[in-house]
Design a protein around this ligand. Structure first.
Ligand SMILES: Nc1ncnc2c1ncn2[C@@H]1O[C@H](COP(=O)(O)OP(=O)(O)O)[C@@H](O)[C@H]1O
Ligand SMILES: [Mg+2]
Length: 235
């Protein structure tokens, strides 16, 4: 199982989500299910890998409970061959689409599901359409079909959602994505109920130090694990 976390630009919570989701997966205990996460740092900043290394050298974070492999190369297939993730849940912190579209497409050719991070507003959707996102996904679909793979599951998660104010933005953005009139751009994308809500504990994270375990627990990503199970993405 491989999940690509993508976005059109920086600062949309990709690294935070991969880190928090990895922890949530690793902390799932029977009788529900146990998972073995493995993260691929597919961003040229190597921020996730820096967090991982800091965690390993700081006893406060010694529980960073999964491996983080450097994977920011267009030869993404080679990385997968070197570090197979059979039986594990691979999570890719993917370099963003506006700078590294080819790389993101290469990752999506191999992933089972993609989580597209975006702030919930129509300006961000316009930026995604201008990429254009639909072209990137058509290319991914074509290459997957040629390789005999099923289409990638397409999920959208809203980032930095204010807890109370502006709930209307979430509704408007969700409706835009699911509106049949916008199917050419957004057909096949499913908006997750789980959101990354605005969270002071996760704001202004250090480039070199991972978020605290307490902050990661408060991220709501345990709920994402449940939602991915319910959607049949995690089996
Ligand atoms: N739930 C949240 N609430 C508020 N700020 C957040 C939240 N999650 C992450 N952030 C902040 O948003 C910024 C971007 O997050 P990051 O995960 O580094 O994004 P990306 O990897 O897409 O560049 C960081 O400064 C981080 O501290
Ligand atoms: Mg990042």
């Amino acid at each position: 199982m491989l999940i690509a976390v993508i976005s059109n630009r920086n600062k949309t919570g990709k690294t935070t989500v991969v880190s928090c989701l990895g922890h949530a997966l690793a902390n799932r205990k029977l009788p529900n299910k146990t998972y073995e996460p493995l993260a691929y740092d597919g961003d040229f900043s190597s921020q996730l890998r820096k967090w991982f290394k800091a965690a390993k050298t700081d006893e406060d974070f010694s529980e960073f409970p999964f491996d983080v492999r450097l994977a920011a190369t267009t030869q993404f297939e080679d990385i997968l061959e070197e570090h197979p993730h059979e039986g594990k849940v691979g999570l890719v912190d993917t370099a963003h689409l506006e700078d590294s579209r080819g790389y993101a497409e290469a990752v999506m050719e191999h992933a089972d599901a993609v989580i597209l991070m975006t702030e919930p507003n129509l300006n961000e959707l316009e930026r995604l359409e201008a990429l254009p996102l639909a072209d990137a996904m058509a290319k991914v679909d074509a290459n997957r079909a040629a390789a005999g793979r099923p289409p990638i599951r397409r999920l959208v998660m809203f980032f930095r959602v204010p807890t109370s104010a502006n709930a209307q933005d979430v509704k408007t953005t969700r409706e835009y994505i699911t509106d049949a009139a916008n199917a050419e751009e957004w057909g096949g994308w499913h908006v997750l109920t789980t959101k990354m809500t605005e969270n002071r504990k996760l704001a202004r994270l250090s480039e070199t130090n991972p978020p605290s375990l307490d902050a990661m627990k408060s991220s709501g990503m345990d709920q994402l694990v449940t939602e991915l199970e319910n959607l049949g993405v995690l089996v």
